[in-house]
Design a protein around this ligand. Structure first.
Ligand code: LRY
Length: 242
């Protein structure tokens, strides 16, 4: 049995049917600092998370130090002037995440203009002895990533490569992925426990939840929107009665 096969079998034991909590606060918001990310990660593990998704090599290193046993999916996000690819675009990002202690490194798995090829990124991650997750937007992305050797394919980028972002997770893509690949991460707008149950029923290997657990501003906004609409309606009714 190769090292890679045994590493993947060990991963299956940890993550199959597991929950990964993505600890990525709202950019530049009041929770967007390293200490808060470490606390979010600790809280997620205390709540039973099987893994963590952490952005930035320095934050991966901080979380690794705080939680030596945690399973960490590391990414680097960048806004590039000449490419829409944001998630771990450079070989230097892969190296930094590997040195920081990520177990799994996720990269953009879409077929869009990019500074370094997907194949080169996947090879580099394997060279560092790490597991590759490809963040995909469609079935074709996953096919290409899998051919290049990606170990995990995720629905992460469905809805984020153009046009309005849908409200629901992409269950159709998830089902297609799960029928085709052995390790499929349901990720992207899985905002309720019910969404996660459905992901599992459709064959997801694991589910990643971010916003609904770690972006307080966004979740607060959901509640504000849900509660303010009726209030406005009743205010209108009162105004009309007067
Ligand atoms: C599209 C993109 O850049 N997704 C990012 C990937 O790391 C994060 O912003 C998401 O929070 C993460 O994928 C989890 O998804 P959700 O927050 O919907 O549970």
């Amino acid at each position: 049995m190769t090292d890679r096969t045994s590493a993947l079998e060990a991963l299956d034991r940890c993550l199959r049917n597991g929950l990964i909590v993505s600890c990525q606060p709202v950019d530049n918001g009041p929770m967007d600092d390293d200490d808060t990310v470490v606390r979010l990660a600790r809280a997620a593990v205390a709540g039973g998370a099987d893994g963590l998704r952490i952005e930035g090599a320095s934050r991966v290193a901080r979380v690794r130090q705080a939680l030596p046993e945690a399973l960490i999916i590391g990414i680097v996000k960048r806004d590039l002037p000449d490419s829409p690819v944001r998630i771990t675009p450079f070989l230097s990002d892969v190296e930094a995440l590997a040195l920081a202690g990520a177990d799994i490194i996720a990269v953009d798995g879409t077929d869009r203009p990019r500074p370094e090829s997907l194949k080169a990124l996947i090879e580099a991650i394997h060279h560092h002895g790490k597991v590759v997750m490809a963040d995909c937007s469609c079935l074709a992305d996953a096919g290409q990533a899998h051919r290049h050797g990606a170990d995990i394919v995720g629905s992460t980028l469905s809805g984020y490569t153009g046009g309005p972002v849908p409200a629901e997770p992409d269950y159709d893509l998830l089902q297609q992925l799960a029928q085709t690949y052995p390790r499929v991460m349901a990720e992207g707008r899985f905002n309720t426990p019910g969404d996660c149950t459905r992901a599992r029923q459709l064959g997801a290997w694991a589910v990643t939840v971010g916003t609904a657990i770690t972006r307080t501003e966004v979740v607060t906004q959901w509640f504000v929107e849900a509660t303010s609409a009726p209030r406005r309606a009743s205010e209108t009714a009162i105004a009309t009665e007067r």
